[in-house]
Design a protein around this ligand. Structure first.
Ligand code: GLY
Length: 349
């Protein structure tokens, strides 16, 4: 078992262990007095893990109620959010109760945003079941829903009270969804952790507890310094400017992790073209992504990527922050003019 403590506006633990779902009730009781437990999950995860979570919560004195959304990004919508709020109200969830997010990033973001806003804020606990949620979205308090104008355009910084990370749930994850999480793991290596990048040259599953802890520590160290994403936290967006465009242009047929992999390959090629990154590091990045069966070629034109990216919330006036890999383990935030974006993307294609 590994524990990583985040010290942001709230101090909380991320507990990483195999089979820990069956102890979720006892662990939750250390941060919230047993009361009603509103579980948000999705149609893939519910049949696999919801009953186990409910039994564990029930044994610890919680009264669980469950709300299930359809699996997939489409459920991170205003409609799902409003339905969830109605469910909470109809089940008389009060400020002394708690929301449990059982699932991947969509469930975690939606549950977190509901927790941040329902009754002006109630406690929530993240129980990530995908690698992507374990190493990234369940940690750091970014919660959001999508609106037709863009992904994550409505949200709040709202930290969970606890993250319970049972990596045995990865055993039931389809290969492509597992690969999505690997894209985010590789990202941490390129940002500022060359030793992590090296570890990923060996098979990931035998070292999964160590890898998850490593990523969560890396993210924790960044979030502790910049919870509200005004500085160093932007490094975590490596590859994401193009990725968000790719996801949107594909109407979310290309998953977040695949889009991050393509975006990372693209921005790494652009960094080499701009003389910022050694070519040998680019070769290593591309081989690493490919070894985890991740895509590296972008199906869209630079003009399409740039147009979509410039409607993104990270635009500040005529400038945009772009994360440039200046070598593996050394990424930097560069502020560029929006007029330069299309050229940078075309260098990366
Ligand atoms: N996933 C990026 C962040 O948490 O800032």
């Amino acid at each position: 078992m590994k524990t990583v403590t985040v010290s942001a506006s709230k101090v909380y633990d991320i507990i990483i262990d195999k089979g820990i779902l069956d102890r979720a009730g006892k662990l939750a009781a250390t941060v919230v007095k047993p009361s009603r437990a509103a579980i948000l999950t999705d149609s893939n995860v519910a049949p696999l893990y919801a009953e186990r979570l409910e039994s564990s919560l029930g044994a610890a004195g919680f009264e669980p109620v469950r709300f299930t959304v359809a699996a997939g990004e489409r459920s991170k919508s205003a409609e799902s959010y409003l339905s969830l709020l109605s469910f909470l109200a109809q089940n008389h969830i009060t400020r002394s109760d708690c929301i449990f997010a059982l699932g991947g990033g969509v469930v975690g973001d939606l549950a977190g945003f509901a927790a941040a806003t329902y009754l002006r804020g109630i406690k929530f606990i993240q129980i990530p079941t995908t690698l992507l949620a374990m190493v990234d979205s369940s940690v750091g308090g970014k919660t959001a829903i999508d609106i037709p104008e863009g992904k994550n355009l409505v949200g709040a910084f709202y930290q969970p009270s606890l993250v319970i990370c049972d990596y045995s749930t990865l055993d039931t994850l389809p290969e492509n969804i597992f690969a999505d999480g690997c894209a985010e793991v590789i990202k941490y290596g390129i940002i500022n952790d060359r030793p992590l990048f090296e570890k990923l040259k060996s098979p990931i599953m035998p070292q999964i507890e160590d890898i998850i802890e490593n990523c969560v520590r890396d993210k924790r160290d960044i979030v502790n310094q910049d919870e509200r994403d005004v500085g160093i936290r932007q490094l975590l967006n490596l590859g994401h400017t193009a990725a968000h465009s790719i996801e949107a242009l594909s109407s979310f047929a290309i998953s977040h992790g695949s889009a991050v992999a393509i975006g990372t390959a693209l921005i790494s090629r652009a960094a080499v073209s701009l003389g910022l990154c050694p070519e040998a590091d680019l070769d290593e990045i591309i081989s690493m992504l490919k070894s985890y069966r991740l895509p590296t070629e972008c199906p869209y034109r630079a003009s399409e990527l740039a147009r979509t990216a410039l409607s993104d919330k990270k635009r500040a006036g005529g400038k945009i922050s772009l994360i440039m890999p200046c070598g593996i383990g050394n990424s930097q935030i560069k502020e560029i003019n929006v007029s330069e974006l299309e050229d940078i993307f075309s260098r990366g294609l």
